[in-house]
Write a protein of this length. Structure first.
Lengths: 282, 309
């Protein structure tokens, strides 16, 4: 009996099964190969049909991308939108999380559903709705509006879809908050505001950072909603790349994409550090 | 939790900005798009609400029905592929040694953090008829052809005269590959979460009582993680159904999905009321799917409650 059991895989030893390992490896290759090829070919020294044949190493296209004024402008716009909408998303998200965590009030499930709605509805619906909303009220950004105010419409749209995500992350963090701490602070004479600033906020910090990074990535990643709310002068990086890809494939896109992937990697590393930092303190 | 009346002013200070933002920038746009969907275009940019159902009636035109069926079909097939690939991947992560787990999870999540457009573009780069994938297939073809020649079957040209590149772009296959590629991480995570919660002693019992690995999978593992699988299916299917970028880039305008046609109503055809009706219809479909999931989840939790009680 004992021998037979040793030969058979144990109850939860699926990770040792070769066939399953093979699926995992193939899935990993499938997920990563396109991105790795893109990064490699961003260094390809080929002008014509840049992505087909390897013609030697060059960093020319990084220089070209850096000198492409409209690409850099789109890149700057994307980062600006992401930073501003992240700040608002974290504030609104924290407020929403506190509302849902602290109070009992009529129609609360309805409000909870409303907060979750922007997360579940298809992006195209939200993009269309927000674009129509702006045009209905004539809220066009007048041409010549100074930067970054010309990005207002896009930023509003981004806050709308990213703050509910931030609220969810922050709410999860709030659930581990010990309410006796709050009561102790109040007994010792702290005002509502002091309790929030000195007791609740420090506890929330990891949640705020995680929620903020999520909002930042969502904003940087968004194409569809921006595509509907952006004007001809307010192009973001994804929208710019989309128009470049549709007309021609240039190696500059590979170079610029590689830079954005790098930024994402750095952000993910930061997110992971804070995530484990938060766990340690629990 | 405390009653909102006990600290009404603080409550309102928190509630107002949160609700206000959603009311103004989320609910109001949806209301306006509803008004558009029952309206008519009167001039280039003006739409008048006439409470007509003509825009919804147009959804039954054969072209639009075909479009919806195609979108459901593409998203459905891709979801099934994601589940079939995602389950073993989640299983490997969930059963890996603890110190490996976070890294294996990271491998799956990392692409999800990478820009959607860049990922789709990366896929576009390698799927062309002269792209890397076809290059790889050609190499395999040449090896196979060489092997056939070696065993003396060369003159029959069993594999054809030359390697024919497979066309992915502008075909269903390309869009399906793209949808799977983009959404696979969404599928893995809920299944992984369900596997982590699993009571492992049931599996032990099943194996001890003589059931094989496959039987254990079929009658214990799969039923016990079914809720996770359903969640994964829904979380994968809904964004797939509303996909814009994947069909636009990999379908090259030849394999349109709902979102592409909606976009055209707003940016090209300038038929806003019809576009509004279509996007609301997509929204209703989403709600129906979510409602079905809620019902299934409620049924299951009630059943489980009965089991334990």
């Amino acid at each position: 009996m004992a021998r037979r059991r040793r030969q058979r895989p144990g109850p939860f030893d699926y990770s040792r099964k070769l066939s399953l390992q093979l699926v995992f490896v193939l899935a990993t290759i499938f997920l990563y190969a396109p991105i790795i090829v893109l990064i490699i070919f961003s260094f390809n020294d080929s002008r014509r049909g840049g992505n087909v044949i390897w013609r030697g190493f060059t960093t020319d296209y990084y220089v070209k991308a850096a000198n492409n004024a409209s690409l850099i402008e789109a890149f700057t716009n994307s980062l600006t939108i992401a930073v501003i909408s992240t700040i608002f998303s974290v504030i609104l998200g924290a407020i929403t999380a506190v509302v849902l965590w602290r109070w009992r009030f009529p129609l609360k499930p309805g409000f909870e559903g409303l907060v979750a709605l922007p997360i579940v509805i298809p992006e195209i619906c939200l993009g269309v709705a927000v674009a129509v909303f702006f045009s209905y009220f004539g809220l066009y950004v007048p041409p010549g509006t100074p930067w970054p105010f010309n990005l207002t419409n896009i930023i509003i749209a981004h806050i709308t879809f990213s703050f509910p995500f931030a609220a969810m992350v922050i709410r999860t963090r709030l659930q581990s908050f010990n309410r006796e701490m709050e009561e102790a602070a109040k007994d010792l004479g702290a005002t509502e505001f002091q309790v929030f600033r000195d007791v609740i906020l420090p506890h929330l910090k990891p949640g705020l950072i995680a929620g903020g990074l999520l909002a930042f990535t969502l904003s940087l990643d968004d194409f569809v909603i921006t595509f509907f709310t952006s004007g001809p002068d307010t192009v973001t990086f994804p929208v710019k790349v989309y128009s470049m890809v549709r007309f021609s494939v240039t190696p500059e896109i590979n170079a610029a994409s590689t830079v954005l992937i790098l930024i994402t990697l750095v952000l993910t590393a930061i997110a992971m550090r804070y995530q484990s930092f938060g766990d340690d303190r629990q | 939790m405390e009653d909102f009346r006990r600290s009404l002013r603080v409550f309102l200070a928190f509630f107002a900005p949160s609700f206000g933002w959603l009311a103004l920038f989320f609910v109001a746009p949806l209301v306006i798009i509803f008004l558009y969907s029952v309206g008519e275009t009167v001039s280039l940019t003006e739409v008048k609400t006439t409470w007509t159902f003509a825009n919804y009636a147009r959804l039954t035109e054969p072209e639009i029905v075909t479009l919806f069926v195609r979108s459901l079909w593409l998203a459905g097939i891709s979801t099934v592929i994601c589940l079939v690939v995602g389950y073993p991947v989640a299983l490997v992560i969930a059963t890996a040694p603890p110190r490996w787990k976070p890294w294996l999870l990271l491998i799956v999540i990392l692409p999800f953090w990478t820009n959607l457009l860049i990922r789709t573009y990366a896929l576009l780069n390698i799927l062309g008829t002269r792209g890397r994938v076809n290059e790889l297939f050609e190499w395999v073809w040449l090896q196979a052809d060489g092997a056939l020649r070696f065993v003396g079957l060369g003159e029959y040209q069993l594999l054809g005269e030359d390697y024919e590149p497979i066309v992915f772009l502008g075909r269903w296959s390309g869009v399906i590959i793209g949808l799977v590629y983009v959404h696979l991480p969404f599928t893995v995570l809920p299944i992984y979460a369900a596997l982590e919660r699993l009571e492992r002693s049931y599996l032990e019992a099943s194996l001890d009582l003589g059931a094989g690995q496959w039987r254990t999978f079929r009658s214990i593992l799969l039923p016990m993680t079914l809720v996770g699988v359903i969640t994964a299916a829904i979380i994968t299917f809904i964004p797939m159904l509303g996909s814009y970028l994947t069909p636009a880039l990999l379908g090259r305008g030849q394999v349109d999905m709902i979102a592409n046609v909606i976009e055209r109503q707003f940016k090209g055809a300038n038929d806003w009321p019809f576009g509004a009706a279509m996007s609301l219809f997509l929204l209703y479909v989403t709600f129906i799917i979510l409602a079905l999931q809620a019902i299934v989840a409620m049924r299951r939790s009630r059943l489980q409650g009965r089991d334990h009680g």
